[in-house]
Write a protein that binds this ligand. Structure first.
Ligand code: AHR
Length: 505
């Protein structure tokens, strides 16, 4: 397959918000207990956090971390998780039919966000509220506890935080008003109308406590629901959410699902355009893609998925979609970070990084923030072919019948970016073809590169290959440096590649 592409750094789509590299941790399976927190493990720090997980996550950066669910959030009472750990009540969790010990609560979560933060990349907490068994009153107290200045507003909850040793407010910026309320599996399942009414109350009064917070409303990937919620909440919301899970054993059914994600995100962008045209807003409505992943193997505890190379191509495709839609999709949270649907897996003595982790590493560390408007030109018949595949949409871990078909998916998909300072040009390319190598000619046009190019690549002979305890590096990226860029570049079948050119000032 032969392709060509011209890069013009003046043609810009917009800037990727770093929050699209966000993560999600839920009280589910071994995510929190065993993944995040593992007191007593030789690999844990003084706070009980797994240091190997922290190091892996700091390397890729966690700009935003969503917690405590997910479905779990809809029956979580935050006050159970404050105070001396041995006094905290264990509760039955309706969402996952397990017992929650409550030893990891709000303060542990916020300490974990601190532990994940680096000077260049702070980790912002994102708390998902309980609109199931919880009340507005409870939500407001949670926000008081986290964000209220105890000097200016010496409320019981703000002072409680201060008594527990934290004078400065935590300033939690993001608050989600419930989770997947549209689904029958959710504690507090409601109609769009009922949810929208509740959402208005939550948004208005959360902002009464802290006008600076950003609130996220539950979107349903359904224009009826989404428009109803957006219309009724008017100017109060900051984000509308969308969740997407896909998964199949089939190679093309997996890699092509990224195109389905892109179409669903575009649909939500259109719904948001319509809502903005109807509403008097003083700021844009943003999209929080706050759960996304492959999920099909594990439908029961401990809800662990072992991701393969093919799943990494899906993840790369999702990033390409988010880059192209960067002006609207401004936050995303991979579901999930560790163990449960985790891109990381812990054992008592080791950590396994999945191929999806490596894609996040490549995109967060080697692509830039300014997205260029580029198009691939197919140069032979093979390159003009597109891919059609049956994909499986998964909702709450179950396939939604019937399987949907996506058509017209290009085998090669590329996104070019510049870093903010204009010092580096990056080109990320996915070759979805299972057997054909692609040859790509890149016309750098007037771009003044300095000599050389760095090429990061994730590929392998078997798209079903996973990383395991025995072979943790079975699928891992390689980096090579070419002193002189002569082009074209060869992209092996089933590969994700990021090329980086240093630019002349
Ligand atoms: O990530 C697992 C679950 O998937 C989340 O709890 C829920 O929001 C979604 O259905």
């Amino acid at each position: 397959m032969r392709y060509a592409m011209t890069i013009d750094t003046a043609r810009r789509i917009g800037e990727v918000n770093p929050l699209v590299f966000g993560h999600f941790i839920e009280h589910l399976g071994r995510c929190i207990y065993g993944g995040v927190s593992d007191p007593g493990s030789p690999l844990a720090d003084a706070q009980g956090f797994r240091t190997d997980v922290l190091a892996a996550m700091r390397k890729i950066g966690v700009p935003v971390l969503r917690w405590p669910g997910g479905n779990f959030a809809s029956n979580y009472h935050w006050e159970d998780g404050i105070g001396p750990r041995d006094k905290r009540p264990a509760r039955f969790d309706l969402a996952w039919r397990s017992v929650e010990p409550n030893t990891f609560g709000t303060e542990e979560f916020l300490a974990y966000c601190d532990a994940l933060s680096t000077s260049e990349r702070p980790c912002r907490p994102y708390i998902c509220l309980n609109t199931g068994t919880g009340t507005l009153d409870e939500a407001v107290r949670w926000l008081e506890y986290c964000n209220l200045d105890a000097e200016r507003f010496p409320s019981y909850h703000a002072r409680w935080r201060r008594l527990r040793g934290r004078t400065e407010p935590y300033a939690v910026p993001f608050w989600g008003i419930g989770n997947e309320v549209y689904g029958a599996w959710q504690v507090g399942h409601a109609t769009a109308e009922a949810y929208a009414q509740k959402c208005v109350q939550y948004a208005r009064f959360l902002k009464a406590v802290d006008p600076g917070v950003k609130v996220v409303a539950v979107g349903a990937d359904n224009p009826d629901w989404d428009l109803e919620v957006l219309r009724r909440t008017g100017n109060l919301l900051d984000y509308i959410s969308i969740h997407q899970y896909y998964g199949r054993d089939d190679y093309y059914g997996t890699v092509a699902a990224a195109a389905a994600v892109e179409r669903r995100l575009k649909l939500l962008c259109s719904v948001v355009d319509v809502a903005e045209a109807m509403l008097q807003r003083d700021r844009p409505i943003e999209i929080a893609f706050d759960e996304w992943n492959i999920w099909y193997q594990s439908r029961q505890r401990p809800w662990e998925e072992f991701y393969a190379l093919k799943d990494a191509l899906f993840a790369a495709g999702v990033f390409h979609a988010m880059y192209r839609l960067c002006t609207r999709v401004t936050m995303a949270n991979l579901a999930q970070m560790v163990n449960a649907l985790g891109m990381l897996h812990t054992t008592p003595t080791s950590l396994v990084l999945s191929p999806i982790y490596h894609v996040l590493d490549m995109y967060s560390n080697y692509t830039g923030r300014v997205v260029l408007d580029t198009a691939l030109q197919p140069e032979d018949d093979e390159a003009r072919e597109t891919l059609s595949a049956d994909i499986a949409v998964q909702v709450h871990g179950r396939p939604v019948p019937p399987p949907r078909v996506v058509k017209g998916v290009p085998y090669l998909d590329a996104v070019a970016t510049l870093d903010g300072a204009g010092k580096r040009l990056s080109l990320a390319v996915i070759n979805r073809h299972q057997s054909l190598t692609a040859t790509l000619r890149v016309d750098l046009n007037q771009v003044r590169t300095r000599s050389g190019v760095e090429i990061h690549q994730l590929t392998g002979p078997d798209p079903m290959q996973q990383n395991t305890v025995e072979r943790p590096d079975a699928v891992s990226p390689t980096t090579r440096r070419l002193g002189i860029w002569t082009g074209p570049v060869e992209l092996p079948p089933c590969s994700v590649t990021v090329l980086e050119w240093p630019l002349q000032p």
